[in-house]
Design a protein around this ligand. Structure first.
Ligand code: NI
Length: 137
């Protein structure tokens, strides 16, 4: 039986650099864990972010949410800090947290959750063609 819920996903692309390095570990350990991702000056990715909402379409609009409002929300609360930035230096959360794709999905969720509340179902971040992370809170 269907409960009338629909999943709606907005896809947004952004570019950012980052470095995977834990200052509490030795350079040797960092190399062992992160290899090339630990190079001092960082490296870049073209990230693809998928924000999925779950809700019942409004009877008047047919929408779960106006997607242009959603897009502006993501731009204001995520992309302004993330796009064309160095995540480790420019995003407050990653000053103390490894900027792994797993943590990126959690940080984006935590930024959007207070705004989207129960509508937010999933945040998916694709880092390369072979790796992505999914967070559902
Ligand atoms: Ni990387």
């Amino acid at each position: 039986m269907s409960d009338g819920h629909v999943f709606l996903t907005r896809r947004i692309v952004f570019s950012a650099s980052h470095r995977l390095y834990n200052p509490e570990l030795s350079d040797e350990m960092n190399w062992k864990i992160f290899e090339k991702c630990s190079y001092e000056n960082g490296h870049g990715h073209n990230y693809v972010l998928y924000v999925t909402l779950k809700g019942v379409p409004d009877i008047k609009t047919g929408m779960i949410m106006n997607v242009s409002i959603l897009k502006k929300m993501i731009e204001e609360h995520v992309l302004n800090d993330f796009d064309h930035r160095h995540l480790n230096h420019d995003v407050e959360e990653f000053k103390t947290l490894l900027s792994s794709v797993e943590n990126i999905s959690i940080v984006i969720w935590n930024r959007l959750k207070p705004l989207l509340k129960d509508l937010l179902f999933e945040v998916k971040v694709v880092e390369t063609e072979n790796i992505f992370a999914v967070y559902r809170g």
